[in-house]
Structure formats: structure tokens, C-alpha cells
Design a protein around this ligand. Structure first.
Ligand SMILES: [Zn+2]
Length: 415
């Protein structure tokens, strides 16, 4: 069993935290000067650990093992939200570094090949999971050409400024990489609430996003009597209340739904609104549950239309994201390692957030491990995890990596 160096692990995480630090948080959006500084720091650390380190043409930092045989790829991302926490992504990247060192230092595991990676722009400055999409070959030239950040900077400009334009891009190689392990903070409250220290991810949830449009008649808010109104916003409020009343009847325990975007036209206090758009998004690990929720939303639209005053339409406003199951074999290695290091203090659970592992699973067997987030808080400066949980998570990951690579190679391909 490889032994990790807890002090070295925590000290590297603390150092990475200083790059872009603001108060307790970190500001290191993809391709910013601080992000690139962190990526160069990581590349140096990978090289110090004996890996062949490169930063590719989209900013992925890759540390390639010089050892023979199939390699296990381990990592996450090191970019952050515009106002992010210190562990989201960084944890999994520094774990990868420590797993490489720990396995390399133990004579029983020194022959095993571990590649480390920090993917670029997981947090969607330009395009969510940009780096992992590029890595698995699902980033289309059209997507890339249309990628612009909130300030109007194009991806091409950002690549140019970061000195990455024209550099070769790395691609996943299933003939070399046996699989991908990503460790991450949970970013939710379940582990803490259940007093568990490790989560082994079963599925990364799927997402559907519907746009419901209400068309009524714009009119004067003083002279139009209530009975004559065709108020698009009133229809929206009824619909939203019906969603919150009816969805729990068909939802699963961890289904979530959000009405996070509304556009009211003309959005003025003295005008009866004639046009309203609502985005209804829902997520679950089970496609059948997503189907039920979507069917229910469609039924509520039919009912809203039946009232006759406002015309209501529904469409999918973005391509659905399918729920992604994690590889069973890799999961089993994580579960065995979790049980060894945290007996009865680990649990299998779905991930409600998206991760690079979901993208990578299209090309390589992939699995994920979670550690608890204090108070379930993430994407915020207050994001934190207990140091003992950070150390334990890395022990589990190192142990699982060694057992995956040390076992029959057929195991790691999920055959
Ligand atoms: Zn993340």
C-alpha cells in the first residue's frame, strides 16, 4: 500500500491556493495570468515528480509517466470560478501529483505508470470542460469558433494572449491510458450530513433545460380590467407554482429543479406583460426520472393552454446532457480502498455537479471520489474541507490507483 506524505500534500495545496488568492478564496479563471502561472507551477511540480510535463494547445497541463506499460490518468482542473474556492479542481490535481510521488517512492509500486493532468476551463469561462472535451476529441471547430467569455473576449484571443496558439493538443489514448480517476470536493452537504468521509460516485447526473414561452396581450396596467387581461406573467406565476406543487410527486429523492431565468417583456411596473420566457432546468441521475419530469412539464403546459387567455409553448432550450455512469471496475477499486481506510465512513452517491470525468468517460473508463465540503458550500470563497478529510481522500485514491494498475490489466478497461 503506497504511503502518501500528508504534509507535502497539504503544503502543495496551500501553495497553489496563493496563486490568485483573494481573502480565503481564489480567483483564477481559465487563461487569466494567475491561471497560467498556476499551470506553469504545476508543470514544474509534475517534472520534479519525474513526469514529462507539457502544457498543450488548450492549456491542459499533462505529466506523462516515463514508466513502461499502461498508465492510469489521474487529475481534475486548476481553473476556478470568477470568485471560487481553493479546493474545487485544485484538490484533484494536487492529489494526482501526490499519487505519482507516493507510488514512485514505494518499491512495491514504483514500476506503475501514473499520468497526471489538469484540464483547462472546466468552470466554463468559454466552454464548460473545454480542456477535457479537447482531450477526448468532442470539441468541434464550430463550438470553438463560437466560444466567447462574458466580456466578449474570444477563445482564440485568450489562447493567443496565453501563448498557446498553435501548440499541439493532447488526445486521450486508450491504448496507453487504462482509465481516469478524478477526486473532487463534494460541493454539497450529503457526506457531512451523513457523517461520511468518502463518497464513491455512481453516476454524474443528467440535465434537461426547457424554455416555456407565454404569449398574451401587452396592455395598460390601470385601464385594463382584470377579467379582460391576457397577462403573460400571471400565467407564468401559476405555471411556476404548479411546477413546485407537482414535481415532488414524480421526482426522485435527489432530483432538483430550478427556474433560474425569466424574461418579462416589457418588464415595466405599469404595463400588463404580453410576453414572458421561463427556463425550467432539472437534474437527476436517472434518465427515467428526467423523462417523467419532462412529461409532467408538458402536461402543465397543456393545462395552462386550456385556460385560454395566454398561449403557452414548450421547447428544449439546449441539448440534454445524459446521466453518465462511472466505470464499475474502477468504482470497485475505489470502494475497496475506501472501506480499508474509512470503514463504514464511506458511501456510494451520485454527483449533482458536472465534472471532467463525465466528459472523459466517453473515451476512457472513468470514476470519481468525493471528500466532504464543510457546510456543503462551494463556488464561493468560503469553500473548505477538513484537513483530515483531505489527507484521507488522497490515501484512498493512491491505494485505489495502485490496485487498479497492479491488478489484471483487463480489470481496468472494464471488460
Ligand atoms: Zn470542479
Amino acid at each position: 500500500m503506497p504511503g502518501i506524505d500528508a504534509e507535502r500534500l497539504l503544503s502543495d495545496l496551500d501553495t497553489l491556493r496563493t496563486i490568485g488568492a483573494q481573502g480565503r478564496g481564489v480567483v483564477r479563471p481559465a487563461f487569466s495570468a494567475k491561471d497560467m502561472e498556476a499551470r506553469r507551477w504545476l508543470a514544474e511540480k509534475f517534472a520534479d515528480a519525474g513526469l514529462e510535463a507539457t502544457i498543450d494547445g488548450v492549456g491542459n497541463v499533462y505529466g506523462r509517466s516515463r514508466k513502461a506499460g499502461k498508465a492510469l490518468l489521474v487529475g481534475s482542473h486548476s481553473d476556478t470560478q470568477p470568485t471560487g474556492g481553493w479546493l474545487d479542481g485544485a484538490l484533484g490535481v494536487v492529489y494526482a501529483l501526490e499519487v505519482v510521488r507516493a507510488l514512485g517512492e514505494d518499491p512495491a509500486t514504483a514500476r506503475l505508470a501514473v499520468d497526471a493532468i489538469s484540464f483547462q476551463d472546466e468552470e466554463s469561462r468559454f466552454l464548460g470542460c473545454l480542456g477535457s472535451r479537447s482531450f477526448v476529441g468532442t470539441l468541434s471547430p464550430e463550438q470553438e469558433a463560437g466560444a466567447v467569455d462574458s466580456e466578449g473576449t474570444t477563445l482564440a484571443e485568450a489562447l493567443e494572449r496565453a501563448g498557446l496558439a498553435g501548440r499541439p493538443r493532447l488526445r486521450a489514448d486508450p491504448s496507453r491510458q487504462a482509465g481516469f480517476l478524478e477526486a473532487h470536493i463534494e460541493q454539497g452537504p450529503h457526506l457531512e450530513d451523513e457523517a461520511k468521509q468518502i463518497g464513491v460516485v455512481t453516476t454524474i447526473v443528467g440535465l434537461r433545460n426547457l424554455r416555456i414561452v407565454f404569449r398574451g396581450q401587452q396592455n395598460h396596467a390601470g385601464t385594463t380590467m382584470m377579467a379582460r387581461r391576457r397577462d403573460a406573467a400571471a400565467a407564468l406565476f401559476d405555471f411556476a407554482a404548479a411546477v413546485n406543487r407537482e414535481f415532488p410527486r414524480v421526482a426522485a429523492a435527489r432530483s432538483v429543479w430550478t427556474m433560474g431565468r425569466v424574461r418579462v417583456v416589457p418588464n415595466a411596473p405599469s404595463i400588463v406583460p404580453g410576453y414572458v420566457e421561463l427556463d425550467l432546468q432539472f437534474r437527476d441521475a436517472d434518465e427515467a426520472v428526467l423523462d417523467r419530469l419532462e412529461a409532467l412539464a408538458a402536461r402543465l403546459v397543456v393545462e395552462a393552454n386550456a385556460r385560454g387567455t395566454v398561449a403557452v409553448t414548450l421547447e428544449r432550450s439546449r441539448a440534454p446532457i445524459a446521466a453518465t455512469r462511472m466505470n464499475e471496475v474502477l468504482r470497485k477499486h475505489l470502494a475497496i480502498a475506501a472501506q480499508r481506510h474509512a470503514p463504514e465512513r464511506w458511501v456510494e452517491m451520485p454527483s449533482g455537479a458536472f465534472h471532467d470525468a463525465g466528459v472523459v468517460s466517453a473515451r476512457l473508463p472513468a470514476a470519481m471520489l468525493f471528500i466532504p465540503s464543510v457546510g456543503g458550500i462551494s463556488h464561493d470563497f468560503a469553500e473548505d474541507s477538513r484537513r483530515e478529510d483531505i489527507v484521507l481522500g488522497c490515501r484512498v485514491l493512491a491505494d485505489a490507483a495502485a490496485s487498479i494498475l497492479g491488478s489484471d490489466p483487463k480489470l481496468s478497461t472494464g471488460v
